[in-house]
Write a protein of this length. Sequence first.
Lengths: 660, 318, 253
Amino acid sequence: MPIRETFWNIPHWAEIAQYIAALVTAIIFIAGITRRVLRWRKGRPEKRSGHFWKRIGALITQVFGQQRTLDEKFPGIMHFSIFWGMLVLAAGTALATIDWDVTHLFFGFQILKGGVYIAFELMLDVLGLLVVLGLGMAIYRRYIARPARLQNFPVKKLAGDDTYVLVMLAFITLSGYLTEGLRLAVTQPDWAPWSPVGNAIAALFLSLGDPTNQTLHLIIWGMHIATAFGVLISLPFTKLFHIFSVPLNIYFRSLEPAGALRAANMDGGMGVKEWTQFTWKQLLDFESCTRCGRCQDVCPAYASAQVLSPRNMMVKLDDHLWEKKPRALHGEVVSVDELWACTTCRACVQVCPAFIDHVTTFVDLRRHLVDQGKMDQMLQDALSNLGRYGNSFGQSDRMRAKWTMGLQPPVKDARREQVEYLWFVGDYASYNATLTDVTRKTAEVFHKLGLNFGILYESERNSGNDVRRVGEEGLFEMLVDKNSQVLSKCKFQAIVTTDPHSYNTLKNEYPANGNGRYPVLHYSELLDQLIAAGKLKFSKKLGYKVTYHDPCYLGRYNGVYDAPRRVIEATGCELVEMPRHRERGFCCGAGGGRIWMEEKEVKERPSESRIREAVALEGVQTFIVACPKDLTMFRDAVKTTGNEQRLEVKDLIDLVAEAL
Amino acid sequence: MSQDIFVVIEHLRGQVADVSYAMLAGARQLSKASGGEVVAVLLGHNAQGLASNLAADRVLYVDHPALAEFTSDAYQIVLAGLIQEHAPRAVLFGHSSIGMDLASSLSARLGIPVVNSCRTFTDDGKFVSQICGGKIMAEGNLPSPALATMIPGGYKAEEGQSAQTPPLTAVSAPALDNLRVAVKQYIEPDTSDVDISKEKMLVSIGRGIQNKDNIELANELADALGCAVSASRPVVDQGWLPTTRLVGKSGKHVKPKIYLALGISGAPEHVEGMGESEVIVAVNTDPNAPIFNIAKYGTTIDMFDLLPVLIEKVKQAK
Amino acid sequence: MKIAVPIKFVPDLVEELTIDPSGTALDTTWLRLIINELDDHAVEQAILLKERSGGEVTVLSAEADGVDDFLFTAAAKGADRLIKLTGDFSAADNHALGRAFADVIKELQPDLILTGVQAHNDLDGSVGPLLAEYLGLPYVGYVAGIALDGNKVVARKEYAGGLVAEVEVKLPAVLGIQAAEQPPRYVAYSKIRQVMGTAKIEERPVSNLESSGGVVVGRLFQPEVAERATMLEGSPEDVADKLVGLFKELGTL
C-alpha cells in the first residue's frame, strides 16, 4: 500500500539535526516578527477593529482569491501561481512532517497512505509546476521585460532583496523536485507515475544507480531543507515579510468612507514630523509595500513630472523606520516637492494589491509642512485668501453671488426662505469668470425643472475639501464651522452641488448638525433621480458621440460612476469610454490643492494626457465633465494641445440644457 | 508768514528727480492762489549746477559736505531751520524715498500739518490727494502753513523746467554734528540685463500672472513683438523676474510707446513708474482696477484666453 | 535687541469702497479692515532679525476689528509681546496714532522700531517718521533689508530706478519697511489657535488722542470715469485683432 515515508533515506542524526535547525529557525523567526511588531507599536494608536466578518471576507477574496492582484493579467497570474503553488507545497510539506513525526511516531497513525497519499503526491507534484510557471514569469518580467515600474528603487539594496526572493524560491522548488525524483529513482514504487514531474526526473537519474542516487538524495535533501529554513529565517527581514504584512494590512484596512480623512495629529505640532507620529497602521502600510509599482503607473504626478512616485515614497518611508541614524523625515527622507506633487486622486490607493493608503500618509506629511509654513507663495496666498475671504480667489464674499445678477426668476436666498434643495455652489463656479456662464445655465435648468432651490449667497465659504488635503487642518475646521453655522440655520431637504470636491467633504466630513443629517447630492445624481422619477424629460435626442471624464472625488472617492453616465445617455448621446475610466479614471491634475500651487517643470500635464486620450477615440467630438475645476483644466488642455478643432469640452449641464 | 511756496529739490548722484519738476509746476499753481513766489530749496555739496533748469522764481542753496548725499538726519536739521526762518506758505516734498523721510518728521518737529500724496492743487489753494491705492481721491483746503508730499501724474515734468537759470541765494548751513544717519555706499542696479527704460514697447506683468510658468506666455508675446518683459512689484518680489525688470516707484521709470499691462491693478507705486507711457493698454479681469483710469485702451478678457490668440496673430502679422 | 513694531489696520481694498453721505469719510457699512501690507512686512522683518540674532519683538496696534487675530498671528510667528492700545480711534489720524504709540514705546525702550514705510490711507504723513520725531529718534524709510552691527544697523534703502543705498543708522532708530527680506510667512490656523490659549494681549487705554498736525478733508470722491480707458469688447480673437491693429498703427509691430 502506498504510504508516505517522509524521512526516507534520512539518517536519524540528520532528522534530529533538522529539528534542531527548526528550533533555531523558529527562534530567529519569532524574534524577527517581534521586532516588526514592536516597531509598529511605536506608532500612534488608531482604531481598526470591528466588522470582523467583513474583514475576514476581504481576506478570502483578496488574499486567497488574489482579486486585486489579478486586476492586471500578467503580474496577476504570475503572483497567483507562485502564491497558490507555494502555499500548497508548504502546507504539503508541513502535513508530511506532521504525518510522519507526530501522528505516525506517537500514535502509529498516518493520513498519507493509500489513495489519499497518491492524491497528495499528484497534487503537490502538479501544483509545484504552478510555482515554476510563476517564477519563470517573474524572472522574465523582472530581468528581461524590465517594466519601468520595477526599476530605479530609491533604496538600492532592494534590487538584491528582489533577486534573493526569486533565487530562494526557485532553489526550493528545484531542490524539492530533485529530492522527489531521486527518492523515486531509488525506491521506484508502483505509484511513481502519480508524481509525473518527479517520475520524469527520476528517469534522468536511473542510470546513475545506487548508491550514487541515495547519496545525491541526501545531499540535495539537506540543501532543500537548508533553503527552506533560510527562507523562514529571512522572512521577517526581507520582502518575504509581505506574506504576513499584506494580509494584516488588508484585514486592518480602513472601512470608513474613502472621502473622510482622518483628523490631523496635533500632538507636538500638526501632522507628522517624525515617523513615530504615524499611526501603527501607516507603519504597517510601509512594511506591506512589495514595490510592485502599480501605483506609480497610475499616478498623474508621476506621469507628468516624475517628481512623485507613491511606490518610492513607501520604499523610502519603510527604509527610514530602520535607519540607525535617523535622517530628517522632511527634506532628507522625502522631499517637499514630492509631497506637494500629489493630487490626492487616490488612483494609487485604488490599485494597490496590498491596500496601502498612500494619500493619508502624504496628507499627514503635508500637514507638518503647513505647520512650518513651508509652501510656495501661490499656495500661501490661496490659503490666506481662504482664511480671510472664504474663497481662494481673494475676492470679497459680497461678490460670491454676482453670477446670479439678472437671472429671472432671481435665485432664492436659502438663508431667508425654506427650499427643497440648497445649492452649495463652490468657489470656482461662483468666482471664476469663465465658469459663471455654466453656473448660470445650471440655475436656468434648475428653474426650468421647477426645482425649489436656493443658495447661501455671501454666507457660503469654500467647503474646505482641498484645504484639508493640502494639510491646513485648522483652516479646514474653521471653514466647516462657518458653513455649518449657516447651514444649521437654513431649512432644506438636501444639499446639491456641481462640485465633486465640495460634495465629498459635505457628504463625508461635515458633522451632522442641528437639522439632522441631510442628503448631499451631486447634480448628476439629482438629474439622474429626476429622470428616473419622470420629472426630467428631454425633448431632443442630441445624438452626439461623447466621452466622459470621471472626477476623482465623485468616482473613486464616492463611487458615483453611473449617475452621470445615465444622464448623458438620457440626452440621447452615445457614450464612448476612454481607456482609463471609472475606477481607473485619470486625474485632471487639479485636486488636493494642486490648482493653487505653482506648476513645476512638467513633461506632460495630466490634463493634456487626458485630452490626448480622448482625442484618440474614434468620432468623439465632445468631452463631458461634471466638475467646475475640470472645465477650466480641460478647456486649457484642449488649447495647449492644439485640439480646439477636434474636441469640445462641455459640462454635463450643457447637454441637459440643450436636450431639454 | 510769507506766501512763498518752497519746493525741496530731490536729487541723487547728480541728477534732479523728475518729481521735483512736477512739484515746481504744482507750486506754481499754488503760488497763484497765495500770491507768493516759487522757491526751490536745494541742499547738497557742490551742487549749484543742479539749479540751472528749475522753473522757480529763486533758489535757496545750502552747501555742506554733510549734505553731499541725502540723509534724513542732516536734511531735517537744515530744512527745519530754513522753514522756521522763512515761514513759507507751503513746503512741497516728493512722495518718495527722499521726501517721505522728511515731510512727516518736520511736521512733528515744527508742528506744521502735512498732507500726503497730493496729485494736484487747485487754483483756490486746495489739495487733491490720491489714497487707497488710487481708488479714492481726497480734497481739502491746504492748511496754512502746510507741508505736502506730491505724487507724479498731476503735472508734467516739463512744466517745472525752464531755460533760464533762476537766481540762487546761498544760505549757510547750521551745525551738522552728531549725525545719526550716514550713507555707506550705493549699490547700482544691475545693468547686465536689458534696459527696460529704453524699450519702445513693454509687455508688463503683475500679480494676475499667477505663477512663474505663465511668465513664459509673456516672454513669448514679447519675443513675437520684439520687445521686453517688465513687471510690477509682486512679480519681482516672488523672484520670478529680476529687479532690473521692475517698473514703479522703486524700480525703473519707463515711457515706452506702448505699455501693455497684463494683470496689473495699477497701484500708485506702479503708475509712478509708467504713467507717462504714450499709450497704456490694460488687460485685467477686474473692471474696477485703477489701471483702467490711466489706460487708453482696456479689456477685461482673461489674459490667459487672450495671450495665446494674440501671440499667434502677432506672429502672423509680422 | 528689543524690537518694537507698531502696526496699523487699513480698509481692505478687495471690498468696494464707498463714501458716506457726509462725503468726507469712507462708508463703514461694508468696510473691512486689514493689516497694512507693509506693516505685515515689518513684523516679518522683525521676526527674521530675532531669528538671526535673538531678541524680543513687541507688536503694537491700536484697537480695531481683526487686530486681536493679527496680534496672535504675530505671536505664532515669534513675537514675544503683544500690546493693544484701547480707546476710540475712529477719528485718529497718523499724528494721533504716532503720539499714542510714542507714549507706549517710550516705556518699552526698544533698540529698533520697524514699521511699514506707508499705508494706502495715509493722508497726514506716515506713522514711522512721526513716531521717530516724537521719540527724538532718527528715521530711515524705504528699507528692504537690515543688517545689525552693534549699536548701529545697516539698512538697504531703496530709491527710484533700482538704486539702493546702504545707510548706517545709529540705534535706537525707526526704520520704515518697504519689503521684508522674505515675504511674510504663513502661519497654520492650529498654531494661531494654540497661541490664543497662551499668549496675552496687553491692553493700554489711551484716553486723549491728540491729532494736531493732521489734515481736514473737504470731500472724498472716486476718480472721474471720464478718464477711463476705451474698453475693447468681443471675443479674444476680436480683441487680439484690435490690439495687433493698434501695435501696427503705433509702429511697434
